[in-house]
Ligand binder design. Structure first.
Ligand code: CTP
Ligand code: MG
Length: 232
């Protein structure tokens, strides 16, 4: 199932504390951004990559793409202040380039280099059939809702899933969800939340626990260990 991927890469990596966008940090010698892009570069079902970047990083990223043979970029819109703004810029670039309403699009954090081709495939197929599908894993830990340092409730663990990206959608559904959120001033932490607000069911595809987001220093250490294991 063919798809276009949208990669928000316009963050600042504040929690990583590297003093620059964390996506430039090397993971076993290769920048995180390049590792994520390479997964899609190598997937024959991926027909295009839309990459949201910070304007001041555009030149550096262009150079990086050339150096590492990333040729599938079809648009590089400016990202925005929030992740959701960067994703919306990708969606608008997709539409401006004539992307069809029924096409499958996938949003994926540039900071998650360990996604699996099996999960990508299942997401694309499920989104084509049902409109919306997200990658997630069952929670291994018990989850509590807490307010002011006091436990309020404990959801039944068997119903708790931890959500990742990719999140895949029929293009018209994602576009409608993004524009509705913008006009209503709603800021979500993932695309699924925006689609849920339309009342459209979102399917869950079971992903893998190694699809980590490189967020803090400990994630880099785990990421390096995962790569060492793969290369053995
Ligand atoms: N992102 C983006 N535009 C923003 C904020 C984030 O494109 N305004 C991207 C990041 O580059 C990253 C993905 O969204 O690939 C997930 O965001 P996160 O892990 O939070 O990255 P940062 O926002 O860069 O990190 P932090 O929140 O620690 O500053
Ligand atoms: Mg962030």
């Amino acid at each position: 199932m063919e798809y276009t991927v949208m990669l928000p890469a316009a963050g600042s990596g504040r929690r990583m504390g590297a003093g620059e966008n964390k996506l430039f940090l090397p993971l076993a010698g290769k920048p995180i951004l390049v590792r994520t892009l390479s997964v899609f570069q190598q997937d024959p079902d991926c027909t295009g990559i839309i990459l949201a970047v910070r304007p001041d990083e555009r030149d550096r990223i262009r150079e990086m793409l050339a150096d590492h043979g990333i040729t599938k970029i079809t648009a590089m819109p400016d990202g925005g202040g929030e992740r959701q703004d960067s994703v919306r810029a990708c969606v608008r670039a997709f539409i401006a380039a004539g992307g069809g309403d029924e096409a499958v699009v996938m949003v994926h954090d540039a900071a998650r280099p360990f996604l699996s081709p099996r999960v990508i495939r299942e997401l694309a197929e499920t989104a084509q059939e049902h409109g919306a599908a997200i990658a997630a894993v069952p929670s291994k830990d018990t989850v509590k809702q807490v307010a002011a340092g006091v436990v309020q409730s404990t959801p039944d663990r068997s119903t708790v899933w931890l959500v990742q990206t990719p999140q895949a959608f029929r293009a018209d559904l994602l576009a409608e969800a993004e524009e509705k959120a913008l006009s209503e001033g709603f800021l979500g932490t993932d695309e699924s939340m925006l689609v849920e607000r339309l009342g459209h069911p979102v399917r869950v595809v079971e992903s893998t626990y190694d699809n980590l987001k490189m967020t803090t220093k400990v994630d880099l250490a785990i990421g390096e260990a995962l790569l060492e294991r793969q290369e053995e």
